[in-house]
Design a protein around this ligand. Structure first.
Ligand SMILES: NC(=O)c1ccc[n+]([C@@H]2O[C@H](COP(=O)([O-])OP(=O)(O)OC[C@H]3O[C@@H](n4cnc5c(N)ncnc54)[C@H](O)[C@@H]3O)[C@@H](O)[C@H]2O)c1
Length: 245
């Protein structure tokens, strides 16, 4: 489905990103993926991948200098890029009145500004080649809002508006931009939620269970593939029916 495609994934050392990297490699893609601090975990994922041509790179998505360094490494290896998945993301939860400005900025910088910088740089390459697909991982929280997550919800809602705008700008060059909006998926990010809060959330999921990383990976792979060649500016929800647009 993705034979020979060169795809970049941010935050591929664990969680949804690690599963996605494996899935894309299984489907025939060459994958370059970033990690922020856990090189050992990234190496482990890398060594488990089938096929050749994959590589890892350290990148801090809240730093423009770090992103530029990483991008230089990518372009020194690859002259063309077929896909970009802006997956890396963080939460720093707190009620508005107690939220530190620093925690607001950190979440916006990593989740939204990082995706902006990556998209801007790679769009140039894709537009030149007149092909490409960008997938931004947003969240059900960006669609519904959530008490205690004003920073995270703003970053994820921002990604949806960002994606639609860029999709309009670059559609004529055959470069597509879409979002995948997961609901609750079992990863370290959701491990942090208390058992009581989790129970309440599960009761609201029509399909009756928490999602798996592979549910998200399947949706992303579809949007990166030619099977979705007539889809752009879309947000694909992977949430068990938790929120319906
Ligand atoms: N797990 C869920 O239920 C869920 C639901 C909706 C959306 N999401 C989104 O899916 C994406 C992946 O989430 P996950 O559950 O796998 O989370 P996770 O915490 O397991 O992984 C996050 C990844 O982002 C990377 N990262 C964090 N900060 C970074 C930085 N400054 N620079 C570079 N990389 C950085 C981490 O290294 C890690 O690889 C995130 O964007 C998240 O917001 C997750």
């Amino acid at each position: 489905m993705l034979d020979g495609k060169k795809i970049i994934v941010t935050g591929g050392s664990r969680g949804i990103g690690a599963d996605l990297v494996r899935h894309l490699a299984d489907l025939g893609a060459q994958v370059a993926f970033t990690y922020s601090s856990r090189e050992d975990a990234a190496q482990k994922v890398l060594s488990s991948l089938p096929g050749e041509g994959h590589f890892i790179l350290q990148m801090n998505l809240s730093s423009e200098a770090s992103i530029n360094q990483g991008l230089e490494k990518i372009t020194s290896k690859w002259s063309e890029v077929d896909g970009l998945v802006n997956n890396a993301g963080i939460t720093k939860d707190g009620l508005l009145l107690r939220m530190k400005t620093e925690d607001f900025d950190d979440v916006i910088n990593t989740n939204l500004r990082g995706a902006f910088l990556m998209t801007k740089a790679l769009t140039k390459i894709m537009m030149k080649a007149r092909k490409g697909s960008i997938v931004n991982i947003t969240s059900v929280i960006g669609q519904t809002g959530n008490a205690g997550q004003a920073n995270y919800a703003a970053s994820k809602a921002g990604l949806i508006g960002f994606s639609k705008s860029v999709a309009l700008e670059i559609a004529s060059r055959n470069v597509r931009v879409n979002c995948v909006a997961p609901g609750f998926i079992a990863t370290e990010m959701t491990d942090a939620i208390s058992e009581e809060a989790k129970k309440k959330i599960f009761e609201q999921i029509p399909l009756g269970s928490i999602g798996e990383a592979r549910d998200v990976s399947n949706a992303v792979a579809f949007l990166l593939s030619e099977q979705s060649k007539y889809i752009t500016g879309h947000t694909l929800s992977v949430n068990g029916g938790l929120y319906m647009e």
